[in-house]
Design a protein around this ligand. Structure first.
Ligand SMILES: Nc1ncnc2c1ncn2[C@@H]1O[C@H](COP(=O)(O)OP(=O)(O)O)[C@@H](O)[C@H]1O
Ligand SMILES: [Mg+2]
Length: 325
């Protein structure tokens, strides 16, 4: 059997593709939301199962950090909901909280007894600190104790920026995605995240001086890129979009001209984001019919579709994606 995932509502459908017509692409219709989308069948009909694995699933985790030096722009909200959405789509996801506020686990209704601190100090192993939060979704908690870790990293005489990379070494092959929530500002831990991740997702709040925050961030990133070539801004995600106000539209247009290839569809302003965490729920669980759930589904689709592209897949990218079970 195979699973076809609706790119709109993320509902999974079990399908035996051997029973479908012998064509390369079929038009599927989601039984739940009635959305129609094309699905590639040809890649499933390749001779060896193993070959499919290399097409549909990255061999090493994609390491995406959600970062911007400013606070309150939607970093934690994005990290949590992007991770949860990718997990719902069937990917194995690890969410790493590198913020001293430790909100990512809280937003998922978890209070891990240990986390990144114990891993970085070597007190506990990876398997001991990771907590299963949902199906396909694991969390490595942050929190106040990370402040001590920063001091510890500062004291290292060499190789300090690789501390996180060394600690996470065994995790690459176990997950499809490692998503990192970061704290505002720049410190040794942020630098460590930048040395570990490959892709950056920058949430830009369409509220106060967003472009200033972004250009400050880009400057700091440039200094990292001198030493770490394979990290770059992959996604710029406008957040707090309010259609009724003129200014955000102008900022959005400016962002589109500056970051053409990287810009994502904006996340609209929605009050449900503020109330979901106190129930320990993601936006998909708390308000599945909200604009917030719709907007984050859109981001999940974009990021997931890029995984297909990463496999140097020469055929056109399609809306739906399929996984073998
Ligand atoms: N699109 C949105 N619409 C309305 N409120 C939001 C939105 N995104 C995030 N929030 C709320 O704004 C506050 C800051 O978001 P958060 O994700 O914690 O930002 P950061 O991690 O960058 O500090 C939180 O209370 C969150 O619930
Ligand atoms: Mg945060």
């Amino acid at each position: 059997m195979n699973i076809i995932i609706c790119p709109k509502c993320l509902k999974k459908h079990s399908v035996d593709i051997a029973k479908l017509p012998d064509v390369d692409i079929v038009n599927a219709k989601c039984k739940a939301c009635k959305h129609r989308f094309p699905v590639r069948l040809d890649m499933f009909r390749k001779p060896q199962e193993a070959e499919f694995e290399t097409v549909a699933k990255p061999k090493h985790a994609r390491k995406i950090c959600v970062s911007l030096s400013k606070g309150g722009v939607g970093k934690t909200t994005t990290s949590v909901n992007l991770s949860a959405g990718l997990a719902l789509a069937g990917f194995k996801v690890l969410l790493v909280d590198t913020d001293t506020q430790g909100q990512s686990s809280y937003m998922l209704g978890k209070t891990p007894h240990a986390g990144l601190t114990e891993l970085l100090t070597g007190e506990l192993t990876l398997d001991e600190v990771v907590v299963e939060a949902r199906k396909n979704l694991w969390v490595l908690g942050g929190g106040r104790s990370l402040a001590d870790v920063k001091r510890l990293i500062d004291k290292k005489s060499f190789g300090a920026e690789w501390t996180l990379t060394e600690a996470m070494a065994d995790f690459d092959e176990r997950f499809d995605f490692i998503i990192m929530d970061t704290s505002p500002g720049w410190d040794q831990l942020t630098v460590n995240v930048m040395f570990y991740a490959n892709e950056i997702l920058v949430p830009v709040a369409l509220e106060v001086m967003p472009l200033h925050g972004l250009s400050e961030f880009t400057k700091s990133l440039n200094s990292i890129q001198k030493y770490r070539k394979d990290i770059s801004i992959k996604y710029v995600l406008p957040t707090f979009m309010d259609d009724r106000v003129e200014q955000p539209k102008q900022i959005q247009a400016k962002l589109e001209s500056l970051y053409q290839g990287q810009i994502c569809k904006p996340i609209r302003y929605n009050e449900k984001f503020a109330s979901a965490p106190s129930y320990g729920k993601t936006i998909f669980e708390y308000a599945p019919d909200s604009s917030g759930a719709e907007d984050y589904s859109c981001l999940v689709r974009k990021v997931a579709n890029d995984s297909m592209l990463l496999r140097e897949f020469s055929a056109p990218v399609v809306d739906g994606w399929v996984r073998a079970i």
